[in-house]
Design a protein around this ligand. Structure first.
Ligand code: SF4
Length: 78
């Protein structure tokens, strides 16, 4: 279960976040490219922008479902 107390430091403030379970598979940054970015040096992803449209929300929810290590949460602070 994603832990908002273990968010990666680059996550933008808001509901969605990536926590420290991320293994840097880059799926979220490829599929939901408007919302996720990669820290290639450290080998993980983070939420770059909170979803601002129905389509972005759909993709972020989809990423929560398919993240292989369940590192994406949407219970962060608003
Ligand atoms: S899909 Fe999950 S494990 Fe893969 S980069 Fe995104 S947050 Fe990390």
């Amino acid at each position: 279960m994603p832990n908002k107390l273990k968010k990666m430091k680059e996550n933008i403030e808001g509901r969605y976040y990536v926590d420290d379970a991320c293994i840097g598979c880059t799926l979220c940054a490829e599929i939901a490219a408007d919302n996720f970015r990669s820290n290639l040096q450290e080998g993980y992803e983070y939420v770059y922008k909170q979803p601002a449209s129905v389509e972005e929300e759909r993709l972020c929810l989809e990423m929560m479902d398919i993240c292989p290590v369940n590192a994406i949460g949407n219970d962060g602070d608003i």
